[in-house]
Design a protein around this ligand. Structure first.
Ligand code: UDX
Ligand code: ADP
Length: 464
């Protein structure tokens, strides 16, 4: 299609887990729009142009291929692309600050602010700027101030369109979302900008799922949605600790309470803890926001969700340590999975990282296995690489090990030949199922000592 035939020119700054898949879906569904994704990282852009995409996400390559070269383009050229687009999505990273005021809690906005300044510097016409990254409430207002301080007489409307996709199911979530939220100022031009963004998604999503709100509500809803989801996991994880004490089974409890339609049955899987780039960061953002307004009780309430998650991860390591006769030193421990959840290569905030670090501190010999995340695991554990073994094949990882710890719920771990694995392990052999995905009774019958989460331990000798 020639340039003139495109009815909208959309730019996305940031080609990560959110920007890449979201823009690929928009381009695939809207062939009349020109969609360009830019990133400062040249290697990442080159990967987006190839068949080895920089992130693993089921179904993503097919969607990218549908539109790439037709109306979907990847580039490192920021200035030219800012000039020629009417709508700019900003999807750069907003990690938790590691320094200064708000360190450990508030979001580091340096990447976002740089984008705003780049846009202001290069723009030659009015634009709609769409916040895609999760940001602290009121960021839109700050951005508007930076952008409106231009001497070219340009007008910028800020729209908040938080992303609710989950990794591993991004394509399904983008194609058929529960809702899309679009927030803007309720001025004449703000409402017009809002409608422009609604128009994009209306190409494939029914109108009744396109929710609109004011700017603050949209920004806050994203933090609150993630905080509620994480809270459910911390709630069931807290109960898993109790189940282990009273011989209850957390899966049975979750099933029983989930049948109550007011509670619902999703997001009730007890685990070694939640990970991912969003949950902890967003809760801590909410905590910081509450503290800023003097709402200390509210802040403490939400912070306890993170504390419970830390407790659960720590409890898992303690279980390993005490089961292995209070010493893991020099013992070979195979970790099945390093990604923060199945079907992604992402390892950000993965419980596996915490577990590895703790086991390393105890001088265990850790062997990490994962079908997609080994590259990221190696980067995360740069300082320890000489001491850790990386082995994609789970059979080889488990060979001669004292224990296996399942940390990611990859399907492949359900289907392994555990008789074969057991034969090749040191005895007594232990398995710690941090995701409750294995057939515990069968493993016990094979000979393993089995430690699920929130269920009775199945052991062949008396626990001391
Ligand atoms: C989350 C939100 O779901 C998504 O809407 C938002 O846009 C980004 O943050 P994501 O981090 O990709 O998505 O993964 P999610 O499926 O929510 O899982 C987060 C963590 O919780 C994972 O570590 C997962 O293993 C864990 N989890 C999830 C549980 O431990 N138990 C559950 O029942 C569900
Ligand atoms: P998310 O999970 O929110 O998508 P990622 O870290 O996967 O976060 O992606 C964010 C991307 O934004 C990274 O690829 C990073 O290189 C890119 N980025 C950060 N700052 C800029 C910038 N000023 N211009 C272009 N790209 C940027």
């Amino acid at each position: 299609m020639s340039e003139e035939k495109f009815t909208k020119r959309i730019l996305c700054i940031g080609a990560g887990y959110v920007g890449g898949p979201t823009m690929a879906m928009i381009a695939a569904k809207c062939p009349k729009y020109k969609v360009t994704v830019v990133d400062i990282n040249e290697d990442k852009i080159n990967a987006w142009k190839s068949d080895e995409l920089p992130i693993y996400e089921p179904g993503l390559l097919e969607v990218v291929k549908q539109a790439r070269g037709r109306n979907l383009f990847f580039s490192t050229e920021l200035e030219k692309n800012i000039k020629e687009s009417e709508i700019i999505f900003v999807s750069v990273n907003t990690p938790t600050k590691t320094f200064g005021e708000g360190a450990g809690k508030s979001a580091d906005l340096q990447y976002w602010e740089k984008c705003a300044r780049d846009i202001r510097g290069s723009a030659e016409s009015d634009k709609i700027i769409v916040e895609k990254s999760t940001l602290p409430v009121k960021t839109a207002i700050a951005m508007e101030r930076i952008l409106s301080e231009n001497d070219k007489g340009l007008h910028f409307d800020i729209v908040s369109n938080p992303e609710f996709l989950a990794e591993g199911t991004a394509i399904r979530d983008l194609e058929n979302p529960d809702r899309v939220l679009i927030g803007s100022k309720e001025t004449e031009s703000g409402l017009k900008a809002r409608e422009s963004i609604v128009e994009i998604f209306a190409n494939w999503i029914p109108r009744d799922r396109l929710i609109t709100s004011n700017l603050m509500s949209a920004e806050l809803s994203k933090l609150v949605a993630n905080s509620f989801l994480a809270q459910r996991i911390s709630s069931i994880n807290s109960i898993s600790a109790l189940c282990e004490k009273v011989d209850a089974d957390v899966s049975e409890v979750a099933f029983a309470i989930g049948k109550d339609s007011r509670i619902g049955n999703r997001f009730l899987n007890a685990s070694v803890g939640f990970g991912g780039s969003c949950f902890k960061k967003d809760i801590l953002n909410l905590v910081y926001l509450c503290e800023t307004f003097g709402l200390y009780e509210v802040a403490a309430y939400w912070e306890s969700v993170v504390k419970m998650n830390d407790y659960q991860q720590n409890r898992f390591v303690q279980t390993i340590n005490s089961a292995l006769f209070n010493t893991v030193t020099n013992k070979r421990i195979a970790l099945f999975g390093f990604a923060f959840k199945a079907n992604t290569s992402d390892t950000r905030e993965s419980p596996a990282f915490y577990v590895t670090k703790k086991l390393m501190e105890e001088k265990a010999h850790v062997v990490i296995s994962d079908p997609k995340a080994l590259k990221n695991a190696k980067m995360d554990l740069k300082g320890f690489n000489d001491l850790i073994e990386y082995e994609e094949d789970p059979y080889k990882a488990a060979h001669k090990s004292h224990a296996i710890a399942v940390l990611t719920e990859w399907d492949l771990y359900r289907e392994l030949d555990y008789e074969k694995i057991y034969k090749e392990m040191e005895k007594p052999a232990f398995i710690f199922d941090g995701r409750n995905i294995l057939d515990h009774q069968k493993l016990f019958e094979i000979g393993f000592n089995v430690y699920p989460i929130g269920k009775p331990h199945l052991i062949h000798f008396k626990e001391v």
